[in-house]
Design a protein around this ligand. Structure first.
Ligand code: PLP
Length: 278
């Protein structure tokens, strides 16, 4: 199932063409996006997603997104949505070349069985170098590290590299050997009664799913910290997880070919906390 609503409120045919060939989002990946999980008609972390859309747009020096128009577009998709879950994409580009028009649309999409399976079974992951150091994001803002831009070809290529290596997921590492993030996920690990995730300032995207999990876990008595994580910490943690809106909190059962400890009970406990948040 697909439902498409343009940013001006027009409900459009999702099978038809609507974007000009000279749209800079298409020509140069010059735009930003969000993917929001909707369950039983309720979008999860909508405010955080709209905040992040605005933050990404600011990094790309795009016109500030019209928050009310985006909220209306989201509502218009959800009014027409009939399945229990939806992956709702918001796409916002610089628009056609040599115009002042931005392009924006909200597209609801069904969630495939493959995603449900990954949520259940967990994933095997490989660490891959990203070639950046933790201070680069601050030194070089033009690299747009930490913006959810449409330029995701690198992230997709990393996924294919993981597949070539027999794995399903990637954990990017920085040049100093610390953990960054997945191509489309935040890394979270649990050790004892503490949840840890790397800080966004090192050039990664602040995750909305991780934020929801931390909020729920803190209320349940967990200590939640944002701090530098060494790759070795992943091998000794009680559970390693990758968090992302559509895949939710997915367990990493194998890393670089080594099986991680059997953490399924702890993972289930954390997933239950996360679900109870909504
Ligand atoms: N990091 C990157 C690079 C991502 O693309 C994503 C989501 O797609 C995330 C982290 C997780 O963010 P969220 O939990 O808000 O989906």
């Amino acid at each position: 199932m697909r439902v498409l609503v343009m940013l001006d409120g027009t409900v459009a045919d999702p099978e038809a063409a609507h974007i000009r060939v000279d749209d800079l989002g298409l020509m140069r990946g010059d735009g930003v996006f969000e993917t929001i999980l909707v369950v039983d008609g309720k979008p999860r972390e909508l405010d955080l997603h709209l905040d992040r859309l605005a933050a990404s747009a600011a990094k790309l020096e795009l016109p500030e997104p019209d928050r009310v128009a985006w909220q209306h577009a989201v509502e218009a998709v959800l009014e027409r949505w009939t399945e229990p879950e939806c992956a709702l994409k918001l796409v916002y580009t610089r628009g056609p070349e040599d115009t002042d028009e931005v392009t924006g649309f909200a597209l609801g999409m069904s969630i495939g069985e493959q995603v449900h399976e990954l949520r259940r079974t967990g994933v095997s992951a490989v660490t891959l170098e990203r070639g950046i150091d933790p201070g680069l994001a601050e030194r070089a803002p033009w690299l747009l590290l930490g913006a959810k831009s449409l330029s995701y070809a690198l992230n997709m290529a990393a996924g294919r590299e993981a597949k070539r290596r027999g794995a399903q997921e990637v954990i990017f590492t920085a040049s100093d050997g610390t953990v960054l993030e997945g191509p489309t996920s935040t890394v979270v690990l649990a050790s004892g009664n503490t949840l840890r995730t790397p800080p966004a300032q090192i050039g990664i995207l602040p995750g909305t799913t991780q934020a929801g999990l931390f909020r729920a876990a803190e209320r349940a008595g967990w200590t939640c910290t944002t701090e530098s994580i060494a790759v070795e910490d992943l091998f000794t943690a009680d559970v390693v997880m990758v968090a992302s809106s559509v895949r939710k909190i997915t367990r990493v059962h194998t890393l670089d070919g080594k099986q991680l400890g059997d953490s399924s009970a702890l993972h289930e406990q954390l997933c239950a906390l996360y679900e109870a948040e909504y």
